[in-house]
Design a protein around this ligand. Structure first.
Ligand SMILES: O=c1ccn([C@@H]2O[C@H](COP(=O)(O)OP(=O)(O)O[C@H]3OC[C@H](O)[C@H](O)[C@H]3O)[C@@H](O)[C@H]2O)c(=O)[nH]1
Ligand SMILES: [Mn+2]
Length: 361
């Protein structure tokens, strides 16, 4: 097992958010890389179940009772019985950066056989600029041993601040149910040694399994849409967040990167269960994508919250006719921003603080 870096980068500026319904034994494998960081565990499902966390990790844990206690009626915007609940962890964090990972994701090895410190690579991705305005054909120009290629405008070489780092997965790929059913044995064994900026004006399917972001730059846009219990759709929470986030980062001239780091995704969820969850999403997305491609935000939308509220209005106006669910989702988007601002008042604002989470050492 590789030794973690001596002085962990952003040790006190980054929280690791884990949505879970099970004991977190998977942390043993991540211990060298994760132990120095604070964890925010969002326990989904039955709040009376006790989630075991390995000794030695510094964490806070929130179950549904905590979500309801802290948010009151606004808890309605946080999904139940779906990994989308993880976004509650983004809201209660006080740190500048977030890394979120699923509990069936393990340390992968690079082609040389070395353990991949996924967190370290995400931090590198976030701390170096993105190039959304002009594509660099030699991939990440800020990486050791690479640069901007001939013809790349010098006026654009400062790049843009990076808001999101989207990592990938070896072994079980994040396929939708139809693809999973057709290719049950397919495994992703291809390690591509590259980090790319997703060009401005291009949407992408954001997976929440191995994802990091700058909470201060883009946090309020990272609402993982209403899924799970009582909802007509599932497994589109991260997709929704990714589409909203991308139109907002484009508008605010921020960047999103995808590629390294890889994690090892250990198990495939049930494709038949997934098909039921995804069914509506598979045809709704044929209307959602043109909607997001045509979204325009006003010049008055200068903050993520203002962008997000403008977006929520357009969702209600233009997607409500696709299905009544989008009216509910648009309302939940507004509730999410209200809850976010309540828990994250501008610095210096006086507020009544909610009682703290169940803290465990
Ligand atoms: O009701 C639930 C079910 C699961 N979780 C936690 O969410 C994480 C993902 O669960 P799992 O690995 O079983 O699902 P996948 O199909 O592999 O995940 C993909 O689809 C759902 C998400 O978008 C996810 O990011 C995708 O990768 C895991 O930590 C479970 O413990 C839950 O909180 N509630
Ligand atoms: Mn999984």
């Amino acid at each position: 097992m590789a030794a973690a870096p001596s002085t962990p980068l952003l040790k006190d500026e980054l929280d690791i958010v884990i949505p879970t319904i099970r004991n977190l034994d998977f942390l043993e494998m991540w211990r060298p890389f994760f132990q120095p960081y604070h964890l925010i565990i969002v326990q989904d499902g039955d709040p009376t179940k006790v989630i075991k966390v390995p000794e030695g990790f510094d964490y806070e844990l929130y179950n549904r009772n905590d979500v309801n206690r802290i948010l009151g009626p606004k808890a309605s915007c946080i999904s139940f019985k779906d990994s989308a609940c993880r976004c509650f962890g983004y809201m209660v964090s006080k740190k500048k950066y977030i890394y979120t990972i699923d509990d069936d994701c393990f340390v992968a090895k690079d082609p040389s056989g070395k353990d991949i410190n996924a967190l370290e690579q995400h931090i590198k991705n976030l701390l170096s600029p993105s190039t959304p305005f002009f594509f660099n054909t030699l991939y990440d120009p800020y990486r050791e041993g690479a640069d901007f290629v001939r013809g790349y405008p010098f006026s654009l070489r400062e790049g843009a601040p990076t808001a999101v780092s989207h990592g990938l997965w070896l072994n079980i790929p994040d396929y939708d149910a139809p693809t999973q059913l057709v290719k049950p044995l397919e495994r992703n064994n291809r390690y591509v040694d590259a980090v790319l900026t997703i060009p401005k004006g291009t949407l992408f399917p954001m997976c929440g399994m191995n994802l990091a972001f700058d909470r201060e730059l883009i946090g309020p846009a990272m609402y993982f849409g209403l899924m799970g219990d009582g909802q007509p759709i599932g497994r589109y929470d991260d997709m929704w967040a990714g589409w909203c986030t991308k139109v907002i980062t484009d508008h605010l001239s921020l960047g999103i990167k995808t590629g390294l780091p890889y994690i090892w995704h250990s198990k495939a969820s049930n494709p038949f269960v997934n098909l039921k969850k995804e069914y509506n999403g598979i045809f709704w997305q044929e209307e959602l994508i043109p909607f997001f491609q045509s979204v325009t935000l006003s010049k008055e939308a200068t903050t993520v919250q203002k962008c997000y509220l403008e977006l929520a209005k357009q969702v209600k106006a233009k997607l409500g006719k696709v299905d009544g669910y989008f009216n509910k989702l648009a309302d939940a988007m507004v509730t999410w921003i209200e809850a976010w601002d309540e828990l994250n008042p501008p610095k210096g604002a006086i507020t009544t603080t909610n009682s703290p989470a169940v803290k465990s050492k």
